[in-house]
Design a protein around this ligand. Structure first.
Ligand SMILES: [Mg+2]
Length: 378
C-alpha cells in the first residue's frame, strides 16, 4: 500500500477500524544511540559516565513506522549495546517478520519465545509496536491503553555523592520546581545518614523525599538507618537489599513503617507474581527495560492492582523516546501512582524534539498519535 492509499484509507476511517488493510511487519532497523550526560550518574551500583542505548524502528508494508528505544544498565540488566543489536537482528526480527502488529498478543508471544531474558532488547521492539498501534487506531498511546490521566508528577533523582554536593543538587532541583526528590543512598551508612539529614535541612519540610539504596544495604543496616532517619519524613524506600534477597525484602516490608518498594527484585511478570505471593513489598517499581516493554508492564500492573499493591514507573538512563513510552503506560492506568521519569533531563541534548514535555516536576503527554514522536533518527 502506497502512502496516498494509506492516507485515503485513514481519512475514510477504514484504517482506524482496520477494514481491508493488510498490515504486516516488513523490517526492523536498529542504530546505536550514544548520548552524552551532563555529569556522571552515580548509584550504589557504581558510576555511569556514558549512555549507549539503541534506537529501534519497526517498519510495516504501509507508511506506518514505529519508533522505540532500548536502554540497559549492564550491572542490572546484564545487557550491552552490542547484545541488544544482535538479539533484535538475529532473534526478534526473524520471529515477527510478516506478522500483523495489531495481533499484539501473538506478536508478543513470538518475541517472548524467540530468546530468554534480554528484556531491554524486547522492550525496544515492543515500544515501536505500541507506537504503531496508537498511530494505526488514530489515538495517542495513553488513550489506547486506558487514558486515566494525561500528565504525571515525576521525582528528580539526586545522584550519589558527598552529602554537601547532594544537598546542593537537591536545592537546585527544588529551585527548578521539583516537589519530589529521589535520593540515591546505599554506600556508607554514616554518609547515607548525613546525606538525608543535609538534604532535608536544605529543602525544607514541603518536599517529598524518596530513598533508593539500589541493593546497597544489609537488612539490619536498613532497620538501623531507617530508625535513625525517622524524623526526616521519608516517603518510601526502594530496593534496600540485594535483588535476590526476597526474604530480606519481606522482613523489611513487615518491620519498617514506610512503604518498601521492589525494583531490582522485579524484572519479569513471574518476579512480580512471586513478590505478590510472598507479600514481600508494598509497591513495585516497573521499568519497561526490566520487563520487556509495555505488554508485560500492563500485566505486572494488573496483577499488582488486584493484590492491592500500587506500582511506580521508573527508568534506566533513557532518552525521551522510551521515557515517552513509559509515560504513556503510566498515564493510562490508575494503579501506577508514582513516577520516576527524569532521565531525559540528565543529557546534554535530546535526540528528539517532541514526545513528552516537562513543566517543573510535571510530565505532560503529547496528544499526537502513538508515542507522539515524529522525528526519526535513522
Ligand atoms: Mg531504583
Amino acid at each position: 500500500m502506497g502512502e496516498s492509499d494509506f492516507l485515503d484509507k485513514l481519512s475514510s476511517g477504514d484504517l482506524i477500524f482496520g477494514r481491508g488493510v493488510n498490515l504486516e511487519i516488513v523490517d526492523i532497523k536498529v542504530k546505536p544511540l550514544n548520548l552524552k550526560l551532563k555529569s556522571p550518574f552515580i548509584t550504589a551500583a557504581g558510576p555511569l559516565n556514558e549512555v549507549k542505548n539503541v534506537y529501534v524502528e519497526v517498519h510495516t508494508n504501509s507508511s506506518l513506522i514505529g519508533i522505540g528505544e532500548a536502554a540497559f544498565e549492564p550491572r542490572v540488566t546484564g545487557e550491552t549495546q552490542e547484545s541488544i543489536i544482535s538479539v533484535i537482528n538475529e532473534y526478534i526480527k526473524p520471529a515477527i517478520l510478516g506478522e500483523d502488529p495489531r495481533d499484539i498478543e501473538k506478536v508478543e508471544e513470538k518475541i517472548s519465545k524467540a530468546i530468554h531474558g534480554n528484556e531491554s532488547a524486547k522492550a525496544g521492539v515492543d515500544i515501536a509496536l505500541f507506537d504503531i498501534l496508537g498511530k494505526c487506531y488514530n489515538v495517542p498511546l495513553y488513550k489506547l491503553l486506558g487514558g486515566y490521566k494525561n500528565s504525571l508528577e515525576t521525582d528528580f533523582t539526586i545522584s550519589l555523592d558527598e552529602p554537601e554536593k547532594m544537598a546542593y543538587d537537591a536545592k537546585e532541583a527544588v529551585k527548578e520546581g521539583f516537589k519530589i526528590l529521589k535520593i540515591k543512598v546505599g554506600v556508607d551508612s554514616t554518609k547515607d545518614y548525613q546525606r538525608v539529614k543535609m538534604i532535608r535541612e536544605n529543602v525544607g519540610d514541603d518536599i517529598k523525599i524518596r530513598l533508593d539504596a539500589n541493593q546497597g544495604w544489609y537488612v539490619k543496616e536498613a532497620v538501623f538507618l531507617m530508625k535513625m532517619l525517622e524524623e526526616y519524613n521519608i516517603e518510601l524506600l526502594e530496593q534496600p537489599v540485594k535483588s535476590w534477597d526476597i526474604e530480606g525484602l519481606e522482613y523489611l516490608k513487615n518491620v519498617l513503617l514506610l512503604p518498601v518498594v521492589a525494583d531490582e527484585s522485579v524484572f519479569t511478570v513471574y518476579d512480580a507474581l512471586n513478590i505478590i505471593k510472598l507479600n514481600a513489598a508494598d509497591m513495585i517499581n516497573i521499568k519497561l527495560m526490566k520487563c520487556g516493554g509495555i505488554y508485560n508492564a500492563i500485566i505486572i500492573n494488573k496483577i499488582a492492582e488486584v493484590a492491592g499493591i500500587e506500582c511506580m514507573i521508573g527508568c534506566m538512563i533513557e532518552s525521551k523516546i522510551s521515557i515517552t513510552a513509559a509515560a504513556h503506560f503510566a498515564a493510562a492506568f490508575k494503579n501506577v501512582t508514582k513516577a520516576d521519569l527524569d532521565s531525559p533531563l540528565f543529557f546534554e541534548s535530546d535526540p528528539v524534539a517532541d514526545g513528552i514535555t516537562y513543566d517543573s516536576g510535571k510530565v505532560i503527554l503529547p496528544n499526537s498519535l502513538g508515542l507522539g514522536i515524529s522525528k526519526r533518527i535513522l
